[in-house]
Structure formats: structure tokens, C-alpha cells
Design a protein around this ligand. Structure first.
Ligand code: FES
Length: 199
């Protein structure tokens, strides 16, 4: 006769791991919601129509803090949705931080974006687990369906497509996210159908 006590713990363990994956992803998605909100607000601005007043406020807060490059860039990106060159130039001029240093930090950390992003951010994980379970096929499929290469936005700034490397939920591979929504064990057509429903 089977000893149930030997079977239950692994089942429980699997359930806990799956739930941890979902909790972890929820946190990530909450962070991305804030970034997306900023991106949408920022997207309304063209370079010539940038409002520098909020930036001045940030720079006042960090006055004399040349070591605060990362928080300054984070705050600026929260407002403008990305880091246009005009904003980096203004930070450099007003805070006395060399432009090369600002670009160095902004290009080193994946959290910073130098290009304007679309209203909907699609992330496809191409970490090891997702890669072996079909992520490249999903990327190719999206590229073809949306005519959108990874790392870019479409001309209307409706979508941006990004490749990421492990969202920490390998058990759900292949995995993609669209804004706040997580698509585990997904496939191209499912994502395309969901994307077509978005405004
Ligand atoms: S490799 Fe995709 S979630 Fe870990």
C-alpha cells in the first residue's frame, strides 16, 4: 500500500513554490505598473514640448548631491517615462554632472530607457528554462505578427517589445508579461489575441 505521507510533502512543496512564483511576479508587475503609468504620461510629450519644471524640483531636492545619479535618473524617468537626451543634458547642466557619466549609468542599468516606449510593454523571457521551452519561437511570432523587433516600439507607440532573462518563475516557462498581466506556459497566438484586444 502507498504511504500517503511520502506523497503529500512534495505536492505541498510544489504548491508553495507555484504560489511564491505568483507572489513574486505580482510584485514585479506592480513595479512595472508604476513605470508604465509614467511611460504613458511621458509619451504625451514631444522633445520640444518637455516640461522641465518637475525636473527642476527633483534637482532642487538633490542639490549638491553629485553622488545621487541613480535616484535622479530614476525620478526623472518616473516623470518622463524614459530619459530623453534633452533631460539628460538639462540634468548635466543644472546638477554639474558630466553628461558622459549620466549616459554611462543610464546605459549600464537595464531599468533605464533612452528611447520612448509604447503604451503596452511586452516582455518575453528568454532565460534558460523559457528558451528551451520555446521562447525564441514566441519572439519570432510576435515580431512577425506585430512587425516589431525586440527592443523597439511600433510607430504608433502602442507596443514595446523587450526580451528579459529570467523573471524568476521558471516553473511557468515559457513566460511573457504584457503590462501587469502574466502569461505562463504561453504561446504566440494566445499573446497576439490578448494584444489585439488592447487599446
Ligand atoms: S527562465 Fe524564464 S522565468 Fe526563469
Amino acid at each position: 500500500m502507498r504511504d500517503e505521507s511520502l506523497i503529500t510533502p512534495p505536492i505541498l512543496f510544489t504548491t508553495i513554490i507555484a504560489q511564491s512564483d505568483i507572489w513574486y511576479l505580482t510584485l514585479i508587475q506592480r513595479r512595472d505598473t508604476l513605470l508604465k503609468k509614467a511611460a504613458i504620461e511621458g509619451a504625451c510629450m514631444t522633445a520640444s514640448a518637455l516640461d522641465f519644471a518637475p525636473l527642476d524640483k527633483i534637482l532642487d531636492e538633490f542639490k549638491g548631491r553629485k553622488d545621487a545619479v541613480i535616484p535622479i535618473l530614476q525620478r526623472a524617468q518616473d516623470i518622463y517615462g524614459y530619459l530623453p537626451k534633452e533631460i539628460l543634458q538639462a540634468i548635466s547642466k543644472k546638477a554639474g554632472i558630466p553628461l558622459s557619466r549620466l549616459y554611462g549609468v543610464a546605459t549600464f542599468y537595464a531599468q533605464f530607457h533612452l528611447k520612448r516606449r509604447g503604451r503596452h510593454l511586452i516582455k518575453v523571457c528568454d532565460g534558460t528554462a523559457c528558451h528551451v521551452r520555446g521562447a525564441p519561437k514566441i519572439v519570432d511570432g510576435l515580431e512577425e505578427a506585430l512587425n516589431l523587433a525586440p527592443g523597439n516600439s511600433d510607430p504608433d507607440y502602442k507596443y514595446s517589445l523587450e526580451i528579459v532573462y529570467c523573471l524568476g518563475s521558471c516553473g511557468l516557462a515559457p513566460i511573457a508579461t504584457v503590462d501587469d498581466k502574466v502569461y505562463g506556459q504561453t504561446e504566440t497566438q494566445h499573446l497576439v489575441d490578448a494584444l489585439r484586444q488592447l487599446e
